[in-house]
Design a protein around this ligand. Sequence first.
Ligand code: ADP
Length: 790
Amino acid sequence: MSPSTSSLQPGCPANPPRPGEGVRIGVLTSGGDAQGMNAAVRAVVRTGLHLGAEVYGVMEGLQGAVDGGDRIRRLEWNDVGNILHRGGTVIGTARSKDFREREGRLLAAKNLIDRGIDRLVVIGGDGSLTGTDMFRQEWTSLVEELVQRGELPVEVAAEHPHLVIAGLVGSIDNDLVGTDMTIGADSALHRIIEALDAISSTAASHQRSFVIEVMGRHCGYLPLMAAIAGGCDYVLFPERPPAPGWEDAMCEQLRAGRLAGRRDSLVLVAEGAIDQVGKPITAAYVTEVLKERLGEDARLTILGHVQRGGRPSAYDRWMSTVLGYGAVMEVLSADPARPPRVLGVRNNRITAIDLGEAVKRTKEVEGMIDRGDYESAMMSRGGSFREMVKIFDTMARPPVLDSASELRSEGGARQPRVAIMHAGGLAPGMNTAVRAAVRLGVDQGWTMLAVDGGFHGLVNGRIRELAWSDVDGWASDGGAELGTRREIPSSQQLFSVGRNLEEHQVDALLLIGGYDAYEGALRLVQERERYDAFALPIVCVPASIDNNLPGSEVSIGADTALNFAVWALDGVKQSASAARRCFVAETMGHRCGYLTLMAGIASGAERVYLPEDGITVADLQRDVERMRASFRAGKRLFLAIRNEDASRLYTSDFVARLFEQEGGDLFDVRTAILGHLQQGGMPSAFDRLLATRLLKHAVDCLSDQFERGATDGRYIGVVGDAVVSDLLVHMPEHVDQKNRRPLHQWWLELKPVVVAVAEPDASPDESTVQVLTVEQAEKLTEVNGSIVSV
Ligand code: ADP
């Protein structure tokens, strides 16, 4: 990155005063690097400029503040262009010894005040947050000392009585207590899953055992989630040291897995894994154990720094962008008397938490593990972490052979037969969901059935049994082995559906799919008076790249689609680097703009066209003016992303032609239809975890209904961090039926972020993204009307 003066200056004189005018903000990354830090830095710089502030990059972390000179540089709009897709941090990071000393912090205070900086956004781990908070607390005394030493004029000191800080947590370990996700954790999970998928394919070919060491010194997030998403057999992580004799238990479990049909065995070991007396368990030791006790040619892979590297995932780009935006809002509005806050993600929203409290609680968990108080450590990790531990245990536990049939014949009581099917468009993660359903259902003693080819298959009786081992390896498979179609049964076909449900003695239906699945299921529920066979428990699980389903903020497949869209857009952007070019890229999503808006934020688009807003001639005219101005000012690329149904008549082709005509010699225009690659590919870690968690709740919901003799038709989903459900008959109240999307779409609140980071000269949006308090974030499920917790 070059120190710079940019050609594109923000701040149009004709505009009303902006909230950041006269303010100077410093931004730094510190401690261990994490993918997504660049997205946060970019958002801090651009949002700051957009709001009229000056922004300074403090290079090489807190050491840069101590060193001063050109390590504190004014950053302009274009200085943070083309960095969103890069791993690491372009402004550098370091661990600073000097900053730990008061003398170092004195120098840092002087260097910042010399440049008029008294607001800092710090992006780092708990060490960096602690250090910066200490600096803030000392600020007044540091300034007094500088005045006493004659190094700072009194009147200058008086202008900077306080240091205002906002923290963002950059840590691949996801170890800060109080936030759901830290910057970099999702990308690290991507790297681990890529490695696991690769290892799994070779391991399965040779029927081998692999031991893989992953990061996680004090926090089991990465190893646990990777073990679930990667379909592993055994995992060791710090919060849950195994009981004495675990070596035998592990070998027994792996042996049983092979007997049940697994072709490979994968064991994940966190680098901080310990046993119950606190003795480290190394991956090398686990490998030796497998060799000795199983007589296996076990192989060891240590993933190491690969986990920190590579491109940030779509989530780490959009979420870090939103957090960077929020951090600027925070330092511009923070009351210096209020304790400083960290902005993090809680229930999918930007939430401000008390910095001191978050650091303290994080340190406490480390202390609990050191003291051997593992129960408290697990409690501190939160409900969904503990839930995932249980899910892993169930999913990885091979069935005791023939237990299902034994149970079925026990006392003559027939165990339930549950049919799984898809409907709607293809969504990556459908196979992962079926695998979870089968394994969790078999664990209940149920017989699991597959309906091939969606409702069409149900009409034609294409129903077969699925065994535990049939779904081995499905955790990572893209596509849908059971097949999916967009049609729902017609009135004439309902009779066949009923007959087939009866003939195959189906006791419950588990539908994993999109809007058509929900509509089809609702139809069955509504026809119960005419067809007795439809009076059975039905549970719909949201799987759609469009993310347009009621009762769930996210659906299985949407994160994968977003990652593929962002990957394709990276390529599109690079291809344009040699020319002055506008790209009109088209994303899928039908009448829901989720994919478009999120891809826009994650790929740094200048403009997004959403079906929720439509497209007007006035919009296009304004966009042409913007493009002309920006290309004249030296810009080389303008990326506009249009949802496929943003407008019926102003198609991508039309929009591109219009821009081409109006652009004249100033720039050329190309279209890029991203197309079906958004539906393909291996499911992302997030989608695999979401699929597994949702299916756990779907199975619980069925189990509860079997117990009560209920026959509810329900749909389940995730709101915030909670899994919730509602009756299918309530669906019409929650959707815009014409446009086939929910009436309330949470992500639309993020629209102002696109303007803040893409339009230097636009007036700051009247609507801003709200930073929630923890209490507000916790209330999210309550505000969602009739939806109740499962
Ligand atoms: P992380 O931020 O990833 O947890 P570290 O713990 O290494 O990484 O902290 C990064 C930097 O933050 C340290 O090198 C130091 O400059 C600063 N820092 C950490 N703790 C303190 C402290 N207690 N006092 C002053 N500075 C600190």
